[in-house]
Design a binder for this molecule. Structure first.
Ligand SMILES: [Zn+2]
Length: 368
């Protein structure tokens, strides 16, 4: 539902700190499983959703419809089309942090468009919508001349931040990222990191024997499915090595650990579970006075409204209240809920004070 100009919404300038506008042309050929790939290739998802509903009206029609919608959002000719779809949910003065993602090294084959094509297109989008977009450049340590590319896009293409996606198969303390961290800390450039335990988009290649040991702790790592193994890369503890070397680095933990870890924190049966939950690990980092520029966004995670009580209580902790950011994870979050639920119902549930804090006050500091 579009929001009208002149409504009460204009009392808050909404910053959506986590959004994606990349299209299916930016995703490598094995990004989705073979079944989804087949269904997408022949544009079968919408008919499939309808068919399943006709066979059994009680089947999870919503889930299939949401999948169909998700694919159709990505199945657009340009990032601009996806962006327009996102902007219509927000008031005209809202800002969108648009995150590019480097998927060239995730072992899922080639995408029709390379990562460099993706960021070139995003740069032209930034030129066209200078007041609406904060563009972030995806950084993968395996990319040759990564630092040169980051510097170029931040200095000459108007990019405002950096996005890391370790689930694609690297550790955040990878030394090849250090020049980027050094530069970001010196220039006060924000970094947003994907930090969710169960991620769908993960490294797709074979995990070699040499990876079955944590490079810092030496701890043996169990061979698991790639989705489960990716938690070794994404674990918030990995950032302690980075933050100890760059105390003032501006880092936002995207997804605040993810909805499963918020639920784990609330598991009353086992007290160790709550200690070890990523919600708790991230909260401790945010509260650590040694790391003043750490943040966490609630994107995707808060599409589950059962977690609202915990969010409200989290916002009562003074040191954390100033560090939580609103973000939706458009259009990936649309697998769980609509953007409408994220930007309007969530606001209603949180109340204007809390919403203004996370959707305007904190993001301004993060992006400044
Ligand atoms: Zn995301």
């Amino acid at each position: 539902m579009p929001q009208e100009e002149g409504s009460a919404d204009l009392n808050i300038v909404i910053y959506n700190c986590h959004a994606h506008v990349l299209t299916l042309k930016n995703t490598p050929e094995r990004f989705y499983g073979w079944f989804s790939q087949f269904v997408m290739k022949y544009r079968l998802l919408r008919p499939l959703a309808n068919f399943l509903h006709a066979v059994n009206p009680l089947s999870d029609k919503d889930a299939w419809s949401r999948r169909a919608k998700f694919i159709s959002q990505g199945d657009q000719t340009s990032q601009e089309d996806v962006l327009k779809g996102l902007m219509k949910y927000y008031p005209p003065n809202a800002k969108q942090v648009v995150l590019s993602v480097d998927m060239d090294y995730m072992g899922a084959g080639k995408a029709p468009l390379t990562f460099e094509d993706q960021i070139k297109e995003l740069a032209s989008l930034k030129r066209k919508y200078p007041d609406h977009i904060y563009a972030f450049i995806g950084a993968d340590p395996r990319r040759p001349n990564l630092f040169g590319l980051v510097k170029k896009y931040c200095e000459t293409e108007g990019f405002k931040g950096i996005k890391l996606y370790p689930a694609m198969g690297f550790y955040p303390f990878d030394e090849r990222l250090y020049p980027v961290y050094e530069y970001a800390e010196k220039k006060n450039i924000p970094i947003l990191v994907h930090c969710k335990k169960q991620s769908r988009a993960v490294y797709k290649g074979i995990i070699p024997e040499s990876w079955l040991k944590h490079p810092k702790t030496g701890e043996p790592l169990e061979r698991k499915t790639n989705i489960d193994f990716s938690a070794n890369w994404t674990d918030p503890d990995n950032y302690l090595y980075v933050l100890n070397d760059f105390n003032n680095l501006k880092i936002c933990f995207g997804h605040f650990g993810g909805e499963m870890e918020w639920k784990r924190y609330q598991n009353e049966e086992d007290p160790d579970e709550f200690q070890q939950s990523w919600y708790n690990k991230i909260k401790k980092i945010l509260m650590n006075p040694k790391f003043p520029n750490t943040f966490a966004d609630i994107s995707y995670t808060l599409s589950d409204f059962d977690l609202l009580a915990l969010l409200n209580v989290t916002l009562l902790i003074p040191q954390v209240r100033e560090k939580v950011l609103f973000g939706s994870d458009f259009y990936f979050s649309n697998l769980e809920c609509t953007e409408y639920k994220f930007c309007i119902e969530l606001r209603k549930e949180l109340g204007e004070d809390n919403f203004k804090q996370i959707a305007e006050i904190n993001p301004k500091r993060f992006l400044s």
